[in-house]
Ligand binder design. Structure first.
Ligand SMILES: Nc1ncnc2c1ncn2[C@@H]1O[C@H](COP(=O)(O)OP(=O)(O)OP(=O)(O)O)[C@@H](O)[C@H]1O
Ligand SMILES: Nc1ccn([C@H]2C[C@H](O)[C@@H](COP(=O)(O)O)O2)c(=O)n1
Length: 239
């Protein structure tokens, strides 16, 4: 833990949800670094399972077959926020799981209702292990505040307007946010959110979850806004 970390009390478990492009991964990593705790990217787990199924020739629309794979698959994932690696079956897939191919297919796995409880339990186990090791954890995804860790010390819904999210993702992937680039980004952001919304609620904050709207904040301001919520909520919980 670091100087930004409240010093006593239970493990600093921080759950962050939000739609695609809201800044969950990048902001969560920066927050975990500042607090000196581990980081869990749960979206990377759905992406890695998608990659593994495709690598093994499993048809993603065969829901039972994907559930069978999810019950026993060789995932390794680092928890250092400044050194994220995802390895499946000995292959480093850190970059491969971010390709457009995986982004366009991952919702088939993430909306498989047989797969979700398996990965959710894996995520709870990983959060507990990381918190025990580093004194805390920042876990982010779509259902962390509501299903995976509804009892987390701090729960945040990180949002941003559709326009801001498209602009950010477009700039990240295409290096520009011109009209053509935005159009090419819509599937990855809006269609995926629509599909993923069928199984998780990540657009409206559940009871007790604090909303941080980053539409008009730059990256550093978003990190500070999340840290302010952590200081306020964790400070009260520990007082
Ligand atoms: N407040 C911000 N202002 C400007 N850019 C931001 C802000 N927050 C994040 N970004 C940038 O937006 C892009 C998308 O952020 P990020 O990947 O963290 O989103 P995400 O919510 O995790 O998306 P997904 O769920 O699709 O993985 C990144 O390039 C990131 O650096
Ligand atoms: N807790 C989670 C995390 C992610 N997902 C889904 C949503 C996305 O389609 C996919 C990849 O997530 P990303 O890396 O883009 O954050 O996984 C989910 O359903 N639940």
């Amino acid at each position: 833990m670091s100087a930004d970390t409240p010093s006593t009390g239970p493990a600093l478990t921080i759950a962050i949800d939000g739609p695609s492009g809201s800044g969950k991964s990048s902001v969560s990593k920066a927050v975990a670094t500042r607090l000196g705790v581990g980081y869990l990217d749960t979206g990377a787990m759905y992406r890695a399972l998608t990659w593994w199924c495709l690598d093994q020739g499993v048809d993603l629309t065969d829901e039972a077959a994907v559930v069978t794979v999810a019950q026993d698959w060789p995932l390794e994932q680092t928890t250092d926020p400044s050194n994220q690696r995802v390895i499946v079956g000995g292959t480093d897939v850190t970059a491969d799981i971010r390709t457009t191919e995986i982004s366009s297919q991952v919702s088939k796995v993430a909306t498989n209702v047989g797969v979700r409880p398996i990965l959710q339990q894996l995520q709870r186990d990983r959060m507990a292990a990381i918190a025990a090791e580093t004194g805390g954890v920042v876990a982010e995804g779509r259902d962390i505040t509501t299903v995976v860790a509804p009892d987390a010390l701090v729960r945040i819904l990180l949002t941003a307007s559709e326009e801001a999210r498209l602009r950010r993702r477009s700039t990240e992937v295409h290096g520009t946010a011109d009209e053509a680039a935005i159009a090419a980004t819509r599937d990855q952001v809006l269609r995926r959110d629509r599909d993923d919304s069928a199984v998780s609620q990540f657009t409206v904050a559940a009871d007790g979850v604090v909303t941080v709207d980053t539409s008009d904040l730059d990256f550093d301001e978003s990190v500070e806004a999340v840290l302010a919520v952590v200081a306020s909520v964790a400070g009260h919980a520990r007082a």
